[in-house]
Design a protein around this ligand. Structure first.
Ligand SMILES: O=C(O)CCC(=O)C(=O)O
Ligand SMILES: [Fe+2]
Length: 300
């Protein structure tokens, strides 16, 4: 199953043509690579460097920003099991941030779901670098959702209002080296949100499951490209027109790092079969209810 390479320069030059390519990828492998996306390589490098500084802190220091119920902060190695049936806990640690709100933001004070201040470690430069990156990928995500709208025959701005304050999560990941035959870096899973934008440091490990088989295949590494995949929320929203494909990370031959940006819609986005996708296969839900149900299953 080929993972197609899409040229992000067409976002402005030929959005309709790019939307058709995205549509084919989203109905097929559920994954594509996106080049010429406009996010500066220097910014990506800077985020990796901040992640290294954070993960190298003593555990006691990282524990001060331990992950909370809003999915923000540090998840220590051994706290997650992305594949609850596979048995093994994931051999990775992670740092998550979400939409950056002040502690006195009205949405935080009102207790709206997934609205919270981020949990920042005491590392100068860490928060501003991650914030800049988060905003850049969020903007790219909205552009790609416009392609989704075009491909599904909707107005290009169809999703704009559902993604103007999204429950997006930027997740910095670090996997220790390990024997690929023993344990797992990240167990087999599908992502929960609409779209995931992933960068890796080039160390192998990520695999996707070939549709209709038990075979796993390496996701190719194209320097400078984002690995983009369809999440379960968009699969459901598109009434299964698009597919979310199971993937996993094997213990890597040497320590491996990645940056995953999970784009989920606004908490109050109504997730029901999009126009033109046929008789609804799922009951209506909201972005927040859907994400909550999935996170509860992961953090046992
Ligand atoms: O680290 C990777 O390459 C992928 C991680 C992943 O699939 C996830 O966190 O959902
Ligand atoms: Fe994933």
């Amino acid at each position: 199953m080929e993972v197609p390479v899409l040229d992000g320069a067409k976002l402005t030059r030929d959005p309709q043509g790019l939307a058709a390519e995205l549509g084919a990828a989203a109905r097929g492998p559920g994954f594509f690579l996106l080049t010429e996306h406009g996010i500066p390589e220097a910014l990506i490098t800077a985020v990796f460097a901040e992640g290294d500084r954070f993960f190298d802190l003593p555990s006691a220091e990282k524990a001060r920003v331990a992950i909370d119920a809003t999915n923000r902060g540090w998840a220590a190695e051994g706290t997650e099991r992305l594949d609850p049936e596979g048995g093994a806990v994931d051999r990775k640690e992670a740092f998550n941030m979400g939409l950056d709100l002040a502690a006195d933001d009205p949405r935080v004070l009102a207790g709206e779901p997934f609205r919270a201040a981020n949990r920042w470690p005491k590392l100068p430069g860490f928060a501003p670098t991650l914030r800049r990156y988060f905003e850049a990928v969020q903007a790219l995500g909205v552009q790609v959702m416009r392609l989704v709208a075009r491909d599904l025959g909707l107005a290009p701005d169809h999703f704009d209002r559902d993604f103007d304050a999204p429950m997006a999560t930027l997740r910095l990941l670090r996997y220790p080296a390990g024997d690929p035959a023993a344990g797992i870096g990240a167990g087999a899973h599908t992502d929960y949100g609409a779209l995931t934008f992933l960068r890796t440091d080039g160390v192998p490990g990520l695999q996707l499951r070939v549709r209709g088989s038990d075979a796993w295949t390496d996701v190719p590494d194209v320097p400078g490209a984002y690995i983009v995949n369809i999440g379960d929320c968009l699969m459901r929203w598109s009434n299964d027109t698009y597919v979310s494909t199971p993937h996993r990370v094997l213990p890597p031959p040497r320590p491996r790092r990645s940056l995953a940006f999970f784009l989920d819609p606004n908490p109050d986005a109504v997730i029901s079969a999009l126009p033109g996708t046929g008789a609804p296969k799922y009951p209506e839900t909201t972005g927040a209810d859907y994400l909550r149900s999935r996170l509860e299953a992961t953090y046992g």
